[in-house]
Design a protein around this ligand. Structure first.
Ligand code: ATR
Length: 287
């Protein structure tokens, strides 16, 4: 039997709760193996109460870097030594690098999304976006789109105040991007979608156990020049994407974003590009 772990193996991983279902170990360990890197990625179920001890342990054990997920993405921030600009604006961290004992927090969620668009040949600069949802993922994406030069972002959400909060952050910090909220009302949405380049679903509608649901129910709101993107990656084709495809739109699912955010974390830790095609091949297998 061949062991891949040596005395020099560097540890990376994921902290959060619950995290046992995560596809990140599969993604990163496949990439380490493919490139012959002496790293390993493990998952640790950590709740709020144990976060302080965990951060200390990470320094003591000289962990190379780690991902952070719910419920720790915000509360880890004051425990880190430095926070990148985008993570400060987004208000959460999903990736930390241990730079010789200095823990630096980043947020690769929004950048991962932008990368997934770029991989499809779509640039952000000067584009108009309509976004559904105003949770953590929407916040990361909206702020990154604004940072990357989006011309206009319209956000609609069941809880309008959360959408307004994202608008305020962008207005205050990235004034070149025009950002607004809109209601769920069909006519209002139709007006916004008519002039939009990309519609992004950042709600959980379409994901199990809501596979039969879609944030847009009337296909007449869509037009063939509209790119429809869903950050859900399972199922690979949500009801929204199926409807958009039938309406003649280009559609993009969430696989690119999940791999993109991982690839950017991988680059931060190792300085190397993740072998995306190889990682993609086996991303949902647990070998
Ligand atoms: P994530 O971290 O993935 O963004 P989240 O923060 O829980 O997850 O956000 C989920 C998003 O889906 C929110 O915008 C949520 O709307 P609210 O802000 O009003 O809660 C949206 N969402 C979830 N269930 C929904 C539903 N049944 N109808 C409409 N929007 C829904």
């Amino acid at each position: 039997m061949k062991y891949n772990i040596s005395g020099k193996t560097r540890l990376t991983g994921l902290i959060g709760y619950p995290v046992r279902h995560s596809i990140s170990p599969n993604m990163h360990n496949r990439a380490f193996q493919y490139l012959g890197l002496d790293y390993v990625y493990l998952v640790f179920e950590i709740k709020e109460d144990n976060l302080k001890d965990t951060v200390m342990a990470i320094k003591t054990l000289d962990v190379a870097g780690f991902n952070v997920t719910m419920p720790l993405k915000q509360i880890i921030m004051p425990l880190l030594d430095e926070i990148s600009k985008e993570a400060q604006l987004i208000g959460s961290v999903n990736t930390v690098i241990n730079d010789n004992g200095k823990l630096i927090g980043h947020n690769t969620d929004g950048k991962g999304y932008v990368k997934s668009l770029e991989d499809e040949g779509i640039t952000v600069e000067g584009k108009r976006f309509v976004m559904a949802g105003a949770g953590g993922a929407a916040r990361s994406i909206a702020i990154q789109l604004a940072l990357d030069g989006a011309q206009e972002i319209t956000i609609f959400n069941r809880t309008l105040d959360k959408a307004k909060e994202i608008c305020e952050i962008i207005n205050k910090n990235i004034p070149n991007c025009k950002v607004m909220t809109t209601g769920y009302e069909e006519n209002q949405l139709k007006q916004q979608l008519k002039k939009a380049d990309v519609l992004i679903n950042c709600t959980s509608l379409g994901m199990a156990p809501h596979e039969e649901k879609s944030i847009i129910t009337n296909p007449e709101l869509l037009h063939t020049d509209l790119i429809v993107s869903d950050i859900i990656y399972f199922p690979a084709k949500t009801k929204l994407l199926q409807m958009a495809e039938d309406a003649g739109c280009k559609v993009i699912n969430g696989v690119g974003m999940i791999i993109g955010q991982g690839a950017l974390a991988f680059k931060i830790w190792t300085g190397l590009d993740m072998p995306i095609d190889y990682v993609k091949e086996g991303i949902f297998s647990n070998k």
